[in-house]
Write a protein that binds this ligand. Structure first.
Ligand code: HEC
Ligand code: HEC
Ligand code: HEC
Ligand code: HEC
Ligand code: HEC
Ligand code: HEC
Length: 503
């Protein structure tokens, strides 16, 4: 786990940048080339009906035991996931990153959010906006001691037993929580699979506290076809389905079988601590009762299914494809307001009643409610809740963006928000569009150019600037802007249509 995030220069070379350094991806009509030049590493895309794009690899995510993904750091401090991964199976090969083997994958524009960082690294220094993560200074490299042992300050002042957390001494549920801060993912589908308690900062969890005081989990509703799903970060989720866990009163913990200081080895006598008189002669118990299988969300690797079963082969069941639209249900501890926010799309009415009945509703709930009301067309009510969120936290980017969007195409709200957050690319884009809609072309153009400067990796500001330039008669730069938008997002229909018209 100490090797789960590293700079490319510090990571040993396991991948092939010379002989087998190409990857074709017919589904997205793209071809990728991985190359080394002067000790630096690059991934380049051609095809996709767009200009070529190349980005440097700055960091490696994943130890490479099974897979290694690559990360680019932008001049502004954002991290972008790169679309190609190195898989160690069969002597090693390049493949599309998990989730990218489809026609409309995100190419080079997917941000590495605080969620990836939370699980793969020690806490980095970062700007305050979880929706637009900007990292500050050098990044830590790998998970540090404090993630399982807590803040070491007291221990360093008084270095003796009892001044630092030893997870072994926690009761079982808490012990699992230390590992499950990173190893419990109820699903990788785009559900709200987990949600931080309102008011909690991303990098604020301390292993000395109960995990559910920080994070609440949600799952697909039962009998919706997902009960058998087998996904990559599933050790905690699958373990909890085992009879061994359920029927031992939760005594089974990760460190029953694993020593996190020697994670590659599992404790073969672990089963015997509960199954004294069983048959197992010969191979290790896990080789028959814990299958190694291909997870549905990362089919180019194999991982261990932690649902311990009589006959693991009988467990395999595929999730339906096509996307889940149903409700999510709480998994473990729950709180009604968080559950309604997780289901805001289908439960706006109930969410509104609960927010109204709550003495001091948190800003996260107010913003979520404003968003669903806005989407349902009730802008007037939406505005009231967004304004209450801003009153609670005047510089909250999510609240300010929502407020500016509800007021669109009026430029006032966006201009006010931009005064507070002058480098917020989303707000700059909203303001630029509002100014353009109002016919104020000069300030609109300046604002859209600063939006691109603030974040050059989102396509919208390019498209909007291009449309404005067409109106001003500068077809050459307009066409260039549409092509830049397409290089970022080859599937962007607005960019493609406008490019045709600009010719
Ligand atoms: C801060 C997040 C975090 C915490 C806390 C954490 N892990 Fe991990 N763990 C990871 C990540 C990320 C990986 C994948 C590393 C890789 O291969 O890149 C991993 C990998 C592992 C592996 C596989 C190692 C291998 O060699 O393949 C084991 C076993 C493991 N963790 C057990 C535990 C146990 C037991 C605990 C609790 C005591 C724990 N982890 C706590 C993030 C965490
Ligand atoms: C909830 C915590 C969590 C989040 C969020 C998360 N990961 Fe992981 N990731 C893990 C753990 C734990 C493993 C170890 C394998 C396992 O448990 O199946 C892992 C494994 C990996 C591996 C394979 C490493 C190996 O050799 O096995 C890669 C690559 C990876 N993650 C990339 C990412 C990227 C990119 C993101 C963000 C989009 C991300 N992960 C988000 C916890 C997480
Ligand atoms: C992924 C979680 C995790 C990380 C990261 C981690 N540890 Fe541990 N550590 C544990 C657990 C769990 C135990 C208890 C193991 C046991 O008793 O089997 C432990 C035990 C120890 C012990 C033995 C304590 C005793 O009372 O016997 C020491 C010393 C220790 N860790 C130091 C460190 C140091 C130093 C680091 C950073 C380099 C570190 N640990 C990182 C989880 C972790
Ligand atoms: C913390 C105690 C504990 C540990 C450790 C443990 N088990 Fe279990 N296991 C149980 C209990 C309790 C049951 C349920 C027995 C019953 O139904 O009467 C169970 C049930 C099982 C079953 C039957 C499953 C089913 O669905 O019917 C298998 C197979 C099994 N265990 C194998 C293992 C293996 C293999 C290991 C080690 C990899 C292991 N167990 C570790 C407590 C444990
Ligand atoms: C009953 C024993 C047992 C328990 C309990 C257990 N594991 Fe494992 N785990 C294993 C075995 C066996 C392997 C496969 C080891 C190998 O291939 O060498 C494994 C492998 C892993 C791996 C490596 C990646 C993979 O999937 O092959 C990770 C990560 C992991 N376990 C995390 C956890 C976490 C986190 C918990 C607690 C939620 C946990 N394990 C609980 C037995 C256990
Ligand atoms: C060679 C494969 C294999 C190995 C190794 C193995 N088992 Fe089993 N185990 C089985 C099979 C097959 C069954 C019966 C499944 C059934 O009932 O359909 C079983 C059943 C079980 C059961 C359920 C028994 C019952 O009567 O309810 C437990 C518990 C169990 N095994 C534990 C273990 C433990 C602990 C080990 C290691 C000491 C182990 N097994 C090693 C194949 C294996």
């Amino acid at each position: 786990m100490g090797r789960s995030f590293r700079s490319m220069s510090a990571a040993p070379r396991v991948e092939d940048f010379k002989r087998r350094n190409g990857l074709r991806h017919p589904a997205s009509n793209s071809a990728f080339t991985m190359s080394e030049r002067g000790g630096r590493f690059f991934i380049r895309r051609e095809g996709a009906g767009a200009d070529p794009m190349e980005k440097e690899i700055h960091y490696v995510l994943g130890s490479g035991n099974r897979a290694r993904s690559y990360v680019h750091r932008t001049a502004q401090g954002r991290l972008l996931a790169l679309p190609v991964t190195w898989y160690s199976e069969n002597g090693g090969h390049w493949g599309m990153a998990p989730g990218y083997d489809r026609p409309d994958h995100p190419h080079f524009r997917r941000k590495i959010g605080f969620d990836c960082m939370f699980c793969h690294n020690s806490y980095p220094r970062a700007g305050p906006d979880p929706d637009d993560p900007v990292y500050i200074g050098a990044l830590p490299e790998g998970i540090g001691c404090e993630r399982c042992h807590g803040d070491p300050k007291q221990h360093l002042d008084q270095p003796r037993a009892g001044t630092i957390l030893n997870p072994r001494r926690l009761e079982p549920e808490r012990q699992n929580g230390v590992c499950e801060q990173c190893h419990l993912e109820t699903t990788s589908s785009p559900l709200p699979a987990y949600m931080r308690r309102f008011g909690r900062g991303v990098f604020s969890y301390d292993p000395r506290e109960k995990l559910s005081d920080y994070l609440l989990h949600f799952d697909h509703a039962p009998d919706s076809g997902y009960d058998g799903k087998f996904e990559v970060v599933s050790a905690g989720y699958r373990m909890r389905k085992s009879a061994c866990f359920e029927k031992s009163g939760g005594r089974l913990t990760c460190i029953t079988c694993h020593d996190p200081h020697a994670p590659a080895r599992t404790n073969d006598s672990a089963c015997a601590s509960c199954h004294a008189k069983d048959h197992g002669k010969g191979p290790a118990c896990a080789s028959c009762h814990m299958a190694k299988r291909r997870p549905e969300d990362a089919p180019l690797t194999t991982i261990t299914d932690h649902w311990i079963a009589r006959n693991p082969a009988a467990l395999s069941a595929h999730s339906p494809s096509g996307g889940y639209r149903g409700r999510v249900v709480p998994y473990g501890e729950s709180d009604p307001l968080h559950t309604l926010v997780a289901n805001a799309g289908s439960e706006a009415v109930a969410l509104r009643s609960l927010v109204d009945a709550t003495a001091n509703p948190p800003r996260e709930a107010l913003v979520a409610l404003a968003a669903v009301l806005h989407r349902s067309g009730d802008s007037e009510t939406a505005l009231r809740y967004a304004a209450r969120a801003i009153a609670l936290a005047p510089e909250d980017p999510a609240a300010l963006r929502r407020y500016a969007l509800i007021r669109f195409p009026s430029a006032d709200a966006a201009a006010e928000a931009v005064r507070l957050l002058p480098n917020d690319a989303a707000l700059l884009t909203i303001l630029g569009e509002a100014l353009r809609a109002g016919g104020h072309l000069d300030p609109a153009e300046r604002t859209l150019r600063s939006a691109i400067e603030a974040d050059p990796d989102v396509p919208y500001a390019y498209v909007n600037l291009g449309v404005l330039l067409v109106r001003r008669g500068d077809k050459a730069e307009a066409a260039r802007r549409f092509r830049e938008a397409l290089a970022i997002d080859p599937g962007n229909a607005a960019a493609r249509n406008n490019l045709r018209l600009a010719r």
